[in-house]
Design a protein around this ligand. Structure first.
Ligand code: HEC
Ligand code: HEC
Length: 220
């Protein structure tokens, strides 16, 4: 009797914590099946940045972008069919965002212990993502980034909350987004950032992007 009571108590606690957390990672994984066609299984993106990396991105940011694709405030023609209301509900957006945010990609090739089989090695190597170094003046990039971008995107470029992670993202994708902001083709809710970007020379942007590729590996 006591055991049954304990068991049902456990179930009740589980049910409660589930409704509090309200994310279903299995569902997120299932939804990711449709995203993987373009963004790859581990959310690494592809085609040298035509498809951005979405793994390890900030939850709130992923949610906000999916909602703006759905509302068509941020135009994304390839993704349009996948983000329509009947395809992707608010609940689904929560689940897929949490799932993607939880994918950790390494910035170093794994060191094998020696006893792994070929498949295990392959799976370990697949979780590595290193953006090729971009050319630019790293010192200038660092100076501008730390002064003008770090307040929102974080000192190490990992983002926080609604501010996206920039480090570990394809350089060509980031450059394309800067161009879209500058042309006014991608809406930015805070006028401040478009103003900031406008005040920079193209070379400064290049230097910032180069700097971001240089800080992928945490200093030991
Ligand atoms: C047919 C290809 C395709 C599919 C399928 C697709 N995407 Fe995308 N996605 C893109 C492209 C292309 C972009 C970049 C658009 C741009 O350059 O502005 C993008 C951008 C994004 C972004 C914005 C990234 C950022 O840093 O701002 C998120 C988040 C995203 N996709 C999530 C998803 C999720 C979740 C799914 C599955 C439900 C999905 N995508 C399915 C092609 C696709
Ligand atoms: C006041 C806060 C703030 C500052 C400062 C700021 N940003 Fe942003 N940035 C944002 C927000 C918010 C977004 C996401 C906006 C949206 O929803 O499209 C963003 C998005 C971006 C993106 C697109 C990322 C993606 O995954 O699509 C790039 C690139 C970017 N910022 C570069 C910069 C650079 C470079 C600087 C410094 C010169 C900078 N930002 C300074 C708030 C800021």
């Amino acid at each position: 009797m006591l055991r049954i009571l304990r068991f049902s108590l456990l179930l009740a606690v589980l049910a409660l914590s589930r409704s509090v957390l309200a994310v279903d990672l299995d569902k997120g994984k299932e939804i990711n099946g449709t995203c993987a066609a373009c963004h790859s299984d581990n959310g690494q993106g592809g085609k040298k940045g035509e498809y951005p990396r979405i793994a390890g991105q900030q939850v709130k940011y992923i949610e906000s972008q999916l909602k703006s694709f759905r509302a068509r405030t941020r135009v994304n023609i390839p993704m349009f069919p996948y983000t329509q209301e009947r395809e992707l509900s608010d609940e689904d957006i929560k689940d897929i965002a949490a799932y993607l945010a939880g994918i950790e990609l390494d910035t170093k090739m794994p060191t094998y212990a020696g006893h792994e089989d070929a498949l295990t090695r392959l799976l370990m190597a697949e979780k590595v993502m290193i953006i090729p170094r971009a050319e630019g003046d790293l010192a200038n990039g660092e100076k501008i980034y730390q002064k003008q971008c770090a307040a929102c995107h974080g000192k190490t470029g990992k983002g926080r909350g609604m501010f996206p992670m920039l480090v570990g993202q394809y350089t060509s994708y980031l450059q394309r987004q800067v161009d879209l902001y500058l042309k006014g083709d991608r809406p930015h809710d805070e006028e401040g950032m478009t103003g900031l970007l406008n005040a920079l020379k193209a070379q400064d942007i290049q230097d910032i992007l180069a700097y971001l590729t240089s800080i992928q590996e945490p200093k030991e």
